[in-house]
Design a protein around this ligand. Structure first.
Ligand SMILES: *[C@@H]1O[C@H](CO)[C@@H](O)[C@H](O)[C@H]1NC(C)=O
Ligand SMILES: *[C@@H]1O[C@H](CO)[C@@H](O)[C@H](O)[C@H]1NC(C)=O
Length: 454
């Protein structure tokens, strides 16, 4: 565990794979059924899905949910990523970069999405997708900001969901079957089976659920600083008050959620750093500031430590900037008084508070390190990424209906009170039953199709 994961999953571009690496032998399969386009659900209580989350920002570096896919369903651990929109799982096909045992890979059974499907064009934007023949498979490639990538084919399958109104649905949703994953960064890939892409593109599970008329296009997460938390798709858990809302920035080509411009404050005083575009990215373990904001933050944090019992250390390789105390530290709370809060101030006095716990980590070596990294150094340009470390212990809501991002301090170890008329039993520990189905609760009869000869 020397190298800690610094997962960074904001997608920067999607590339059409020019050559078809392999073809599913799907000739005898009927094309996927047309997805129905009923009118949007009438905001009734109950049409949301809630998932328990596992993981932490340190030492694991990611938060994940267990999603069941297929008929009969199998569970897949997926990294929660609001920085990209394509969900994919490792594919039971001749596969490189598949880390899971074969039994835990997704086995495509002729359920590929054809090239002519609008979702296929959507994942290739801004390029103009040319299908050689309309029934070709839909190849995809996603590349993440850390230069990791997944290459595969778009498939469609049942994703059983238990809604908060008690209904169990098995909508057919499109996702990627990834048969070539690469990770050039020195940090190991998380041991998840893929990515749950919750960004704002057409292909995200969230947009698909919305287009099927099942949920509002609203999602949120509450990531606990003690690890775990919950994720919700739909708007039932959105509190009716107490949320700070900032408008989403518009750029139809971006799949991630951003807001801005914001001003950076340190200890409630202006730092002179303004005009920041801020991306909310649950797929990033740490927070990244662009060069000027980073330098300013580093100088101010360092300045605040003179005559404090914390000394620079370069022995801790966990992160670039660390300090050691007079004795090994166990929690941030032992030193948080030496650090001032950071604050991002958006228009109309909407503020994102980053107390010391939201930008510091105490490492396994007992040192305290800055969880804000130099984004310019890793090629993020002018983006400022708010990663898991700074999203912790907040409910963060991505409201695509009203085009706004919201947050509020929250206890993520339990489901929130959303000021709504919950049914009895809703307060039971959500880990028991929400969102996911156990493998024993099968949907009606799966037609057994033979394995692919690949
Ligand atoms: C729950 O919500 C879903 C999606 O809106 C709907 O299809 C289903 O009929 C609802 N179930 C109940 C019991 O109201
Ligand atoms: C941040 O990274 C940029 C690009 O590598 C570099 O020029 C700059 O000096 C770095 N800032 C600090 C404070 O290290």
């Amino acid at each position: 565990m020397e190298e800690k994961s610094k997962r960074l999953m904001l997608v920067f571009f999607l590339v059409m794979s020019a050559t078809f690496r392999f073809c599913f032998s799907a000739q005898s399969q009927p094309p996927p059924k047309k997805r129905s386009t009923q009118s949007t659900a009438d905001n009734r209580f109950g049409s949301s899905a809630v998932f328990p989350v596992t993981g932490n920002s340190y030492p694991l570096g990611y938060y994940s949910v267990s999603l069941s896919i297929g008929n009969p369903p199998k569970l897949y651990d997926l990294d929660i990523d609001t920085g990209s929109d394509l969900t994919w799982v490792q594919c039971d096909a001749p596969c490189s970069g598949c880390t899971k045992p074969r039994d835990n890979l997704y086995n495509p059974r002729g359920n590929r999405v054809p090239c002519k499907d609008p979702l296929c064009s959507a994942i290739h934007l801004p390029a103009n997708l040319q299908c050689e023949t309309p029934d070709d498979q839909c190849d995809y490639e996603v590349e993440y900001a850390d230069h990791g990538s997944s290459l595969g084919v778009l498939v469609i399958d049942h994703i059983p969901l238990r809604l908060t109104n008690g209904s169990i649905l098995g909508p057919r949703l499109a996702f990627g079957c990834g048969y070539d994953q690469r990770n050039p960064s020195p940090n190991p890939l998380p041991p998840t089976a893929g990515v749950l892409g919750l960004g704002n593109g057409k292909v995200s599970i969230m947009s698909q659920l919305h287009d099927l008329g099942l949920t509002q296009n609203v999602l949120g997460h509450c990531l606990s600083g003690r690890g775990g938390g919950f994720l919700f798709l739909g708007d039932d858990l959105v509190p009716s008050s107490g949320i700070s809302w900032a408008p989403m920035s518009h750029n139809s080509l971006e799949k991630h959620y951003s807001s801005g411009p914001a001003e950076l404050l340190f200890g409630r005083k202006s730092t002179g750093v303004r005009g920041l575009q801020v991306v909310f990215d649950s797929g990033s373990s740490y927070t990244y500031f662009s060069s000027q904001a980073y330098k300013t933050t580093l100088d101010l944090v360092r300045g605040g430590l003179t005559e404090k019992p914390l000394k620079d250390t370069t022995e801790d390789q966990t992160l670039p900037i660390c300090w050691r105390g007079t004795k090994p530290l166990k929690t941030v709370h032992e030193v948080k008084d030496y650090f001032k809060p950071l604050l991002l101030s958006f228009s109309k006095n909407v503020q994102l508070h980053l107390p010391p716990e939201a930008y510091l980590i105490v490492t396994e070596h007992g040192n305290v390190c800055l969880g804000i990294l130099n984004g310019t150094e890793v090629g993020l340009g002018d983006f400022n990424i708010i990663g898991d470390i700074s999203l912790q212990d907040k409910m963060v809501i991505y409201d695509n209906e009203k085009q706004q991002i919201g947050w509020a301090s929250a206890d993520c170890d339990r489901l929130p009170n959303a000021d709504r008329n919950y049914n009895e039993g809703f307060w039971q520990p959500y880990a028991a039953d929400f969102g996911i189905l156990q493998e024993t609760e099968l949907l009606p009869t799966a037609e057994k199709s033979k394995r692919h000869a690949l």
